[in-house]
Ligand binder design. Structure first.
Ligand SMILES: Cc1cc2nc3c(=O)[nH]c(=O)nc-3n(C[C@H](O)[C@H](O)[C@H](O)COP(=O)(O)O)c2cc1C
Length: 219
């Protein structure tokens, strides 16, 4: 596949991805989980320290225990959530109940090693790579961040590692489309507030490039 087509295929994948909070009991091949982990393994990291460690949980009793602990902290979180966030969560059907932690055949529990340089941004790049591979596999997941959940003892993880996220992985049962800001709202050219020219003209070049071309007597 030529590079242009490959890039477009990647963007198509990115367009198609959604957070999935309900899974049906369709099968998930173990090799798919291996490839998802492989995508995370190959991510770039600060000083190439690769601070991430992943635990694949498929044992139903462990998944149930993870759900119990997460729902414990979620109950507190939902009680104390600021009004605006509470109403957003309400509108999106997000409650303190986390059935996806048992519905999904696999959970990838993501930890990073504390005190590594750039550990937090690094693990998030690795997680992002995995999100894309989940989509490539035709599966669904959610970036679930149970802040304050205590899972280290349950999963025998040393205290030097910090829980970051749980990715439940399975066959999507339903999902919702979330809007995004337009490119014109997030992209600036050279300075904040200057619109970025998307190069949408017939030749696909930007107005800056065009101006340079017309200024240059050789063109
Ligand atoms: C860093 C991060 C943390 C998130 N934490 C949660 C979470 O704890 N619970 C949840 O239901 N969704 C969580 N999400 C999912 C977002 O709500 C979701 O990505 C966003 O609403 C956009 O929807 P989409 O993923 O379907 O495009 C998180 C996403 C990110 C990137």
């Amino acid at each position: 596949m030529d590079r242009n087509l490959r890039d477009r295929a990647l963007l198509g994948l990115i367009h198609g991805r959604r957070s999935v909070r309900h899974f049906d009991n369709g099968p998930v091949k173990r090799q798919a989980i291996t490839r998802i982990l492989e995508a995370g393994r190959l991510a770039p990291s600060g000083s190439n320290r690769q601070p991430w460690r992943y635990i694949v949980v498929e044992d139903p009793a462990l998944k149930q225990a993870i759900r119990t602990e997460c729902e414990r902290i979620e109950a507190r979180f939902h009680q104390r959530a600021p009004a605006e966030l509470a109403s957003w969560m309400n509108a999106h059907g997000i409650t303190a109940q986390k059935p996806f932690l048992e519905e999904a055949p696999y959970l990838i529990v993501a930890y990073y090693r504390r005190r590594e340089p750039y550990a937090v941004p690094s693990i998030w790049v690795s997680i992002a790579f995995m999100l894309l591979q989940v989509e490539q596999e035709g599966l669904g997941t959610l970036t679930y961040t149970p802040v304050g959940a205590r899972l280290n003892t349950l999963l025998c993880v040393p205290a030097s590692f910090q829980l970051t996220a749980i990715l439940p992985i399975g066959v999507p049962a339903d999902y919702r489309h979330q809007d995004r800001l337009a490119l014109s709202e997030i992209a600036n050219a050279n300075r904040f507030g200057e619109p970025f020219d998307e190069g949408g003209g017939p030749d696909g070049i930007s107005s800056v490039e065009r101006a340079e071309q017309t200024q240059c007597p050789q063109n």
